[in-house]
Design a protein around this ligand. Structure first.
Ligand SMILES: [Zn+2]
Length: 470
């Protein structure tokens, strides 16, 4: 069977997820259309050059709404793609707000940088936005909603089933059955795999037997710390930074997923009288809307969370939380004195309002930055994890006196053992090929060793643009 796959993103790296299937009948199916992030002008250049003609794509299947998986859909559309986009309903709802937000952030960041460059009397090196909000609107009209566990024909001879991946609301692994006169090929793309721990979302679900598996590897060589104790750890940080030092605890977080989880934990702590009286600011208009979407799709949450909703109708809000919508209020917070917790996007700190909080907050030794998610190499988040004495932001040198804290336990990605558990539903003898994507070198190599120890043969780590016959 002439069936090929080409890896156009998340190949040897974690962003830009984009895998192109060339089908036996000549049609082309794209899995995800994510944005490259974290490499400044290099990412920008990659985001402007797909490596294939968007007009030649017949359909797109989207695993979940995170920008490194969905963020270039409006660009694809701006360059002529007009096929259907298959996604779960929750993914559609989240994309509707996240892609508009992405267009806004690009426009705002560009304007801010341009203003600053002018003030500093230097040449403008930044490049304009990748797409407009009008492109987002056109893209949203192309979505076709597919429920979990429901086989749907997406192209002639191609059947799609979404399996709950437990990573963020609406997230799915993608199981495809490709039929031709020469036979049938079953392909599973993991999307991003979530955790098998008691949190907002149910565990990742098992998937039907596949011949070819494309699997994410974000934490392929590492196990997360135990979740038990993580609430106490978070509260200890709050106690030290906000109560003892009267400083600001800045928590950079994805507006979707991580922010709701942190709020859920704080809500519990507040209800149980464990959270000291500290003002909490959620400085992300997007997370306000995302929280509403979590409420709308509460049927997708864990059973016990649904039970809890009966007695506490607002799992993400409690007295003392302020959701900040207006930019002017966000600016006031930058220079606000006294103790507070600020949750702001983006999680990797390369865009959005959190950069302004860091610009003002990093020089003060009483403050702390708590990193709760994965930060791609090259991003400001990854740089801060190295605990440097200074960082460069907005063309300035900013001293880092604030403490840099880290907690893995809130990660939305499966760790090494959980990735093994995810693939454990498969008979390794029947899997002909495994491709490892969405990881840096050491995590990709670690997962390859682990999977091969467990009987999986022919495991490849594709390079950017590499094509394979499957
Ligand atoms: Zn994701």
């Amino acid at each position: 069977m002439s069936l090929n796959i080409t890896f156009h993103g998340a190949a040897g790296m974690v962003t830009g997820s984009k895998h192109l299937l060339d089908l036996p009948n000549g049609q082309r199916l794209l899995l995800d259309c994510g944005m490259f992030q974290g490499e400044g002008p290099a990412s920008d250049a990659k985001n402007r050059r797909f490596g294939f003609d968007p007009k030649s794509i017949d359909a797109l299947v989207l695993s979940h709404a995170h920008i490194d998986h969905s963020g270039l859909i409006p660009r694809l559309v701006a360059e002529g793609f007009r096929g259907p986009i298959y996604a779960t309903e929750a993914t559609y709802d989240l994309c509707k707000i996240m892609l508009v937000d992405s267009a806004f952030i690009q426009e705002n960041d560009y304007r801010f940088d341009a203003k600053r460059a002018k003030k500093q009397n230097r040449a403008m090196t930044e490049i304009g936005p990748l797409y407009s909000t009008a492109d987002v609107e056109t893209a949203m009209e192309l979505f076709r909603l597919v429920p979990y566990e429901t086989a749907t024909e997406v192209l002639p001879g191609v059947s799609l089933t979404f399996i709950d991946a437990g990573h963020i609301l609406g997230s799915a692994s993608v199981h495809l059955t490709v039929s031709s006169s020469e036979g049938v090929r079953r392909i599973t793309f993991s999307g991003d795999v979530g955790r098998y721990v008691d949190r907002l979302l149910p565990d990742p679900k098992p998937f039907p037997q596949a011949d070819v598996i494309i699997c994410e590897s974000t934490y392929g060589d590492r196990d997360h710390n135990e979740v038990a104790g993580s609430v106490q750890e978070l509260l200890t940080h709050v106690q030290r930074v906000c109560v003892e030092q009267q400083g600001r605890l800045i928590i950079p977080a994805f507006s979707v997923g991580r922010t709701q989880e942190i709020l859920y934990v704080l809500n519990h702590a507040f209800n149980e009288g464990k959270l000291p009286r500290v003002p909490v600011f959620v400085d992300s208009p997007l997370s306000i809307n995302a929280t509403a979407i979590y409420r709308k799709h509460s049927d997708l949450l864990q059973t016990d969370i649904r039970e809890e909703l009966k007695s506490d109708s607002d799992l993400f809000g409690f007295p003392g939380v302020e959701f900040v919508r207006e930019a002017s209020r966000s600016k006031e917070l930058n220079t606000r004195k006294g103790a507070s917790i600020t949750i702001a996007a983006s999680g990797m700190m390369d865009a959005g309002r959190v950069r302004h909080h860091l610009l003002h907050g990093l020089p003060d030794a009483n403050n702390a930055v708590l990193i709760v998610g994965f930060c791609a190499p090259g991003t400001l988040g990854a740089k801060l994890m190295e605990k440097p004495s200074e960082v460069h932001m907005f063309g300035e040198v900013v001293p880092v006196r604030a403490a840099i804290l880290r907690m893995d336990s809130y990660s939305a990605h499966a760790d090494r053992n959980e990735l093994l558990r995810w693939i454990g539903c498969q008979d390794p003898g029947l899997v002909k090929r495994v491709f490892l994507v969405h990881g840096v070198d050491h995590s990709l190599n670690g997962l390859r060793d682990l999977y091969s120890e467990h009987g999986f043969r022919k495991i490849d780590i594709p390079k950017q643009g590499e094509r394979f016959e499957i």
